[in-house]
Design a protein around this ligand. Structure first.
Ligand SMILES: N[C@@H](CCC(=O)N[C@@H](CS)C(=O)NCC(=O)O)C(=O)O
Length: 185
């Protein structure tokens, strides 16, 4: 559990994750920025489905809160933004700026994040040691044991799922004007 001294909201939410997932990291950043305490429940890919299905989703992150379950990282950020209206929020209040931020969020989710993941998996998804670090850190012992047994299957399933058969689109993403100017700034 991440604990912060300034607790703006007394509810402790639960975050269901896969350790390496960039969508999960996005939500961790938001929770940390807003100083919202949370309990993270990490899972090895494939085993995450036991946890996500219980909450009406199939992918991670899922945020389990008193007011409901949020099964998409952007929806989670929108919800978190409402928890603390007095203090610093995640999105600008000015509509034009907010629209710009949301466009960038979508672009980064759909392009930079996904392509970076595919680039990483292209090179390392067959490497048991690397994937043990990325997929197993902080997960239940039984799932870590499962990882050792099903790793070859998991590795090829991930390559198929994200269609990682050839060099991914990473260069195209980096050359995208909006993305490259954000990275430079
Ligand atoms: N649009 C979703 C996408 C989440 C997503 O694709 N998560 C991946 C991990 S990076 C996942 O859960 N993959 C496993 C699966 O879909 O079963 C979000 O922003 O939360």
């Amino acid at each position: 559990m991440n604990h912060h001294s300034t607790i703006a909201n007394t509810e402790v939410v639960r975050l269901i994750t896969i350790p390496i997932s960039h969508y999960c990291e996005k939500v961790r950043w938001a929770l940390d920025l807003l100083k919202i305490p949370y309990i993270e429940e990490r899972h090895v890919p494939a085993f995450h489905l036991w946890a996500t299905r219980k909450h009406g989703g199939s992918s991670v992150p899922i945020l389990v809160a008193k007011s409901g379950n949020f099964i998409d990282s952007t929806d989670i950020l929108h919800y978190l933004d409402t928890l603390n209206p007095e203090n610093q929020g995640l999105y600008p209040k000015e509509p034009e700026l907010r629209r710009e931020v949301e466009e960038l969020e979508e672009l980064f989710d759909a392009r930079l994040g996904a392509d970076t993941r595919n680039w990483g998996y292209f090179y390392r998804s067959g490497d048991r040691e690397t994937m043990r670090t990325g997929w197993c850190d902080g997960t239940p012992q039984l799932e870590r044991l499962g990882f050792e047994i099903i790793f070859p299957f998991l590795s090829s399933t991930i390559r198929q799922r994200y269609n990682i058969q050839r060099f991914p689109l990473y260069n195209g993403t980096i050359n995208n004007n909006k993305i490259s100017s954000c990275i430079k700034n």
